[in-house]
Write a protein that binds this ligand. Structure first.
Ligand SMILES: [Zn+2]
Length: 449
């Protein structure tokens, strides 16, 4: 029997998908619409690949071994965000490739980012250089983006590339040296086909994405209005393109108390650890799954000795928020907690807190233009026999910065992979060529608009 109101059934199905897949209702409706629009896909794309596009595909079909070899070389260089030397080495390897393709290169020096610390912990980040590769040309101006850093420090046990069957393992195979290789080979394919010379393309590769693009943000926001479309080569997870992302924030705070002998003069001490613990309880209360705001106190340290009342303690906090105002409100809540003394009934002025907060990624809110990019990419995927889904994510990318700066941006153009930020990080080898084909054709079509 036909439902009385098809629209009602459509929305109810979308609601079911939203709840089951933990995505927003708007994205579930987008997915339902996408399925309904499949038959009209010809309006969005040409019905089949042109001869020119077919030549991009054919060349990339021969390149899997070279792509794996390049990814192995990149993965075996440690490029943890705090390892300036390693990240700069990745920059040199990729710059040489882009130069060969005819790009002009600009290097933006990284900088030292300082945050409050307990004496001796010295948490400062010496950010490696960022690279902008440019070439002028006709057609739409495209900004391709990827980060060169990973989350794995030089002393991590997870350091080297390995493979087994169609799976490769290693720090950055998915997040996102794999994506950088995809991007590079899409450009190489366009060059082989004689198309690249005429295109207006910039490539921005930053070295601090994994710590929140604290140094590179200003360059990304400068580049955004100079281009028509933004493409980000983060992993496509399990073959899903991300439509919408939460905003991200971070906060670091240091409590200074008063040292004293834990036995002889306990009452004279003011424990920074005790105060930190009270503050953490209040901070953790801010998590509200219903509104989508989450906080995580991810790192704590402090104290000097078992029998010393701790004079200093510090914590590092992660914040996720769906709407811009929620981020602003959360920072105000953090500051109220930092500014009050919670663990001693009388504030004797002997406990103080210094803090640093940063809303480093705005939420990525879809626009008709970014949905257009997403639909176009999925349609090209269909032509190539690649089934790409759509999802929302609690994780941020640099695409959130450029989208908020007005550049319609699509992320998750990189390899299909899972386990990012863990020693289980892996990616599908065949997705290197698949995604390079997807990108080459996407760039070919977008550039010609
Ligand atoms: Zn990443």
């Amino acid at each position: 029997m036909e439902p009385a109101n098809p629209m009602k059934k459509f929305s109810r199905n979308a609601l079911f998908v939203a709840v089951r897949s933990n995505i927003s209702l708007v994205t579930a409706l987008f997915i339902a619409n996408l399925a309904a629009a499949q038959s009209q896909a010809a309006e969005l794309i040409e019905a089949s690949l042109t001869t020119q596009e077919q030549s991009l595909v054919s060349w990339l079909d021969t390149e899997e071994d070279n792509m794996v070899a390049m990814l192995k070389q990149l993965t075996n260089v440690n490029s943890g965000s705090l390892n300036k030397q390693g990240v700069d080495e990745i920059g040199r390897l990729l710059s040489a490739e882009l130069e060969t393709l005819g790009f002009d290169l600009t290097t933006f020096p990284g900088e030292v980012i300082e945050m409050p610390n307990c004496p001796g912990s010295n948490y400062a980040i010496d950010v490696a250089d960022h690279i902008l590769a440019n070439k002028g040309g006709k057609g739409k101006k495209l900004l391709l983006m990827g980060h060169m850093d990973t989350v794995f420090p030089p002393n991590s046990p997870f350091q080297t590339f390995s493979r087994s069957g169609d799976v490769m393992y290693g720090p950055g195979v998915a997040d996102m040296q794999g994506g950088l290789v995809v991007m590079l080979y899409a450009l190489k394919a366009l060059q082989k086909a004689g198309e690249l010379d005429d295109m207006a393309i910039s490539v921005f590769m930053n070295s601090d994405e994994e710590i929140g693009s604290l140094s590179s943000r200003k360059y990304l926001e400068e580049q955004a209005p100079l281009h028509d479309y933004g493409l980000v080569y983060e992993s496509s997870g399990s073959n899903n393109m991300v439509r919408q992302r939460k905003g991200l924030g971070q906060a670091r705070f240091v409590v200074n108390g008063k040292a004293s002998h834990a036995g002889g003069a306990h009452q004279l001490g003011r424990s920074a650890i005790k105060e930190l613990a009270y503050k953490i309880v209040e901070i953790e209360k801010m998590t509200d799954y219903e509104s989508g705001v989450t906080v995580n106190v991810g790192v704590v340290s402090g104290g000097e000795a078992r029998n010393t009342i701790a004079p200093c303690a510090e914590a590092f906090i992660d914040l996720r928020y769906p709407a811009p105002q929620q981020g602003i409100d959360a920072v105000a809540q953090f500051e109220a907690i930092f500014d009050s003394v919670l663990s001693y009934p009388v504030d004797s002025g002997e406990i103080s807190t210094t803090s640093w907060t940063n809303l480093h990624r705005p939420p990525k809110i879809p626009t008709p233009e970014s949905d257009y990019l997403l639909e176009k990419t999925i349609a090209i995927g269909r032509l190539l026999g690649q089934k790409l889904g759509v999802t929302d994510s609690g994780g941020g990318t640099d695409g959130s910065l450029t989208q908020a700066a007005g550049l319609p941006t699509l992320d998750s153009l990189g390899v299909s992979g899972t386990g990012a930020h863990s020693d289980r990080e892996e990616a599908r080898i065949s997705s290197l060529v698949e995604r390079a084909k997807l990108s080459a054709i996407l760039i070919h079509r977008l550039s010609a608009e």
